[in-house]
Structures are given as structure tokens and as C-alpha cells.
Write a new protein. Structure first.
Lengths: 204, 204
DNA sequence: AAGCGTATCCCTGAAAAACAGGATATTTTC
DNA sequence: GAAAATATCCTGTTTTTCAGGGATACGCTT
């Protein structure tokens, strides 16, 4: 069985790289490529590949949104997320949007083929790094409660406890407690280091 | 004249892509590739290419540091920065570290060749996007003075004005003034939004 | 249903930072 | 050498943060 593979990525070098990696594979047929979401959707109206390798960052639309749209319109097409970053939030969102797999751009030929073959059969495939980050974040993500996240966002936007309190219909003292807990959970000494940590952990 | 090109990038797909883009070019010879800074330096001890295409993000060392080191030891080797991001601070730092050019990974074959040919002759080459960002940031980069950046860093690390004052051997009042100016320059209301803005602007 | 843990809520008082509104050296830049 | 930018230092008032308490509500397990 030959798997038709289509690729969406705004980097020519990556498209060329993947084409070159796949050209010797007999089980794979190169269906084409697109450098943005619009031309990907246009292509899909005419042809339907088996697997789409999809970058997270596209010029006109995020890969996450594109993935959702593709899976809605063409549920039989399997999507593999593709990105440079090993960032949990992206991986999570991509999988939530219906992707069947996720590989990083430093993947080897073998890994790429493994991913394509797996998802073509309807399985899911996560690269080792990706599944690690996903697991790592399952544990670190329990960190903040819903309320704490809300408060954190508003603090980051420069609001004072009083303003936040008004916004959330709670007492300023309560906001302060959440703040205190945030400081403890993120191991921060004060607001400055709190926001910095939150920023580094991609919480805001 | 044939230009020997070496590439350092931790993404196989990109290496393959560039190899594929360059393989038909008669004026270019493929000198080899490395996926990290260490093996790049090891290679340079044996052979010296004319041009190195260098990713900004490497696993063991930043491309910026590697670029500095390469230019110190082998001043005749020209470096072209390579990255996905169109981010001013990186471009700026790369050029400051002795790079002769900068192209984005969505560059076309023509653009890549143009860059290689230009830097091989000792000229500098910046992709349109890169030079735009550089110009854009020349205006926004005047923002912070050296001292202000120092103070900003220390604030982000969670230090209080008094501690910062001790560290920099200045009065707490002076730290406060810098802080005030930072708030004004970054258009922030308070410490929280200051750190968040700084984080978004990649200043910390 | 009782018990446990966690989330959410509230208070007070001391410490720290923000803010307003100054002034004076010391570099850069033209 | 003059102007502009940078870095330095005050004072005092207002606002926010932070440490150390405690209380209720909710969900989950036994």
C-alpha cells in the first residue's frame, strides 16, 4: 500500500528536506506541498492525501486551526504535527485538534517514516521528545488551579489586587492569597520573578 | 570559483533541504554538515569551508556563541545566520558576533544562493525580512540604556531595589529612577506588566 | 456519612515599591 | 565646546506587596 503524503510548511528548506528524505521510500508517494493554510485547503478540494505533515506556524493561520478545519471537512485524512519547538502547549493543542501524531523537525528519516506509517494505519505517533514533554506537563500542569491561572493572567496584565478583586467579584485579600500561592507554587520571591517564571513556563 | 559550504543545524530536515537545494548548483561544493556546535568545531580543525550556514538554536551552544568562537579562530570563514524566527534581537546579536549574513528558513533557492555568493565575496547579505526587522528595531531598540537593561535583568530575577543597589554599587534611589524610566519606556503600569512586556520583547 | 485534602475565601499590619517632582554629574554626539 | 543623552542622587506621600494568620466550601475516598 502506498501512502500519499502532503506537506504544509512555510519553509522551503523543510519542504525540500522532507521531499529528499522521502523520495527513496517506495511506500510513500509525494502528493505535493503548500506554504500556507489557504493553498493547503485549496489542494484538498481536488485531491485527498492519506497523511498531511503540518507545521504549527503558518503565515495565514495557525497549524492548530488548520488541523481542526481539515479534520472537520476530511476526517479520513490523518494529520501529523511538525514543529521546531518541543513545547507542551502546542503539542497538546495539536493533538486536541485532531492530529494523529507529532514529530519534531530534527527527526531522522527513520522516525519520520515510522510516524507516517503509524498514522496511515490510524494509529497515533508521538516522537519520544514530544511524548516526554506531554508527560512532563501533565504533572507540572496540575500546578495551578483555575482561579490561580485567572489571577495570574490579570496580574500579568498589570492589574492591582483591588482591580482584580473587582473584576472577579472577590475580596482583594483573596486575590492576595491566590497571589501568595502562586508565588509559592512557582517558587518566586515577588511579582517580578513570578511573572518571569510564568512567562518562561508559558503560562501567560 | 567554487564555494565550499558547511552547515550546522540540529534539524535533519533542514540539512536535507539545503543539501537538496544546493546539489544542482555548480558553483557550490557541499563540505558537510554538523548537528551541534561541538562537531562543527571539530570539523573546522580538519577542513575549512568558505561559508558556514549556521542555525541560531543548537543543542549544546547558541549559534551566537558558536559564531563568535568560529570567527575568532577562523576569521576567513564567513558565517550566515539561519533561523525560523524573524526576531530582531537574534539577528542583531548574530551580526554583532561577526556573521556576514542572515537568511530565514523560508528562503527560496535563489535567495539562499544569493546569500552564499555575496558572503563568499566578503559582502554582507541580509534577507529582506531580516533587514526590515533590523531597521524596525533600530528605532525601538534605542529604548533601553545599558544601565536600564542591567536593572531590568535584576528586577526580573526578583531582587528588590535595595539589593540591586548594593549589587550595582549605586543608591536605591537611583535604581528607583531606572525602574521609573523602564516603566515609562515599556509603557508598563507596574512591575508585573513591565516584566511581561520585557519578556514579550525578549529583553530578558 | 465522615474524613481528608484542596480550593476558595477573608483579615491585619509591616515592608516595599510606585509616583511626583525635583537636582547634578558624566558621557556621547554633533 | 555645546547640546543631548545618560547616570547619578534626593524627599516625601500614596499605593501595593507580602508574611502570617484563619475560615468555609467542595470533591473525592473510604
Amino acid at each position: 500500500m502506498i501512502t500519499k503524503v502532503f506537506i504544509v510548511d512555510d519553509h522551503y528548506m523543510v519542504i525540500e528536506g522532507i521531499r529528499s528524505l522521502l523520495q527513496n521510500e517506495k511506500s510513500v508517494e509525494w502528493a505535493g506541498h503548500a506554504t500556507n493554510a489557504a493553498s493547503c485547503l485549496a489542494f484538498l478540494q481536488q485531491h485527498q492525501p492519506d497523511v498531511i505533515l503540518m507545521d504549527i506556524n503558518l503565515p495565514d493561520k495557525s497549524g492548530i486551526d488548520l488541523c481542526k478545519e481539515v479534520k472537520e471537512k476530511y476526517p479520513s485524512v490523518f494529520v501529523v504535527g511538525l514543529s521546531t519547538f518541543n513545547q507542551q502547549s502546542f503539542i497538546q493543542k495539536m493533538m486536541d485538534s485532531g492530529a494523529s501524531g507529532y514529530v519534531l523537525k530534527n527527526a531522522s528519516q527513520d522516525e519520520l517514516m515510522e510516524a507516517i506509517e503509524a498514522v496511515a494505519k490510524g494509529k497515533t505517533y508521538l516522537s519520544d521528545e514530544a511524548s516526554q514533554t506531554l508527560r512532563r506537563n501533565e504533572s507540572t500542569n496540575i500546578l495551578l488551579t483555575r482561579r490561580e491561572k485567572e489571577v495570574l493572567e490579570l496580574i500579568a496584565e498589570g492589574m492591582t489586587n483591588n482591580v482584580i478583586a473587582q473584576k472577579l467579584f472577590i475580596s482583594p485579600a483573596t486575590v492576595d492569597t491566590h497571589r501568595k500561592n502562586l508565588l509559592a507554587k512557582l517558587d518566586a520571591k515577588n511579582t517580578a520573578s513570578l511573572i518571569r517564571m510564568a512567562s518562561q513556563l508559558q503560562l501567560i
